[in-house]
Ligand binder design. Sequence first.
Ligand SMILES: Nc1ncnc2c1ncn2[C@@H]1O[C@H](COP(=O)(O)OP(=O)(O)OP(=O)(O)O)[C@@H](O)[C@H]1O
Length: 235
Amino acid sequence: MLELQDVHSYYGTSYILQGVTFSVSEGKCVALLGRNGAGKTTTIHTIAGLHKSKRGSIRFKDKQLQSLSPHQISHLGIGLVPQGRRIFSSLTVKENLTMSARKRKANDGRINWGLEKIYELFPVLKEREKNLGTQLSGGQQQMLAIGRALMTNPEFLLMDEPSEGLAPVIIDQVGDIIIKLKETGLSILMVEQNIALACKVADEILIMNKGKIVWNGTPDGLMKNEEIQHKYLGV
Ligand SMILES: Nc1ncnc2c1ncn2[C@@H]1O[C@H](COP(=O)(O)OP(=O)(O)OP(=O)(O)O)[C@@H](O)[C@H]1O
């Protein structure tokens, strides 16, 4: 569904993505792990059109994404849950959700995400719909960020460190939500630092180091491979 082929990207003269190749099949969740500065967020931003690649191909279904704007990429069905949630602080919970609303294009039997469906998935957001986004706890803000992305009715979700700054019990809830979303048919690429969360939800793990994918395998394969965990994840 999503395929990156030999993608290279720079910040000024800094060479960040150094030939990234991987793919995510429909309905699967792939987790991208790696140390700070490995290039994980740059990968997500490059797919979402927030950062332009210099070379290589990024294909979503039958479309090449490299020359498209973030807005056009979002319209193709790729939703983004950004690092640090980026909730709009002067808007209420409800406004944060409705501002991104877009109807599902095809009648493909999938959930048509709207306010009611989001409130079903996250009842706490209904309770707090009149609160400003900033009045929510970290976990509630993460739910709002996920809800806001779902309101665009994406077929593919990019999630950048959904566990960041959350208590273990909330991380567990976020994991359960990601599993539920996968069950609705959504395909997911998730950047994570939390190995336990990644292994709980992902079908495949990719490890990035210095702008390259250096390992890929199953969650089980990673859990059993202490050498790789130590070498690239500092465990
Ligand atoms: N806007 C920017 N301008 C210049 N360099 C940047 C910029 N954003 C990131 N970098 C650099 O690019 C490299 C990759 O950063 P990136 O954020 O993609 O890493 P990451 O794997 O997501 O790590 P983290 O977990 O810390 O976010 C780092 O060396 C970082 O300092």
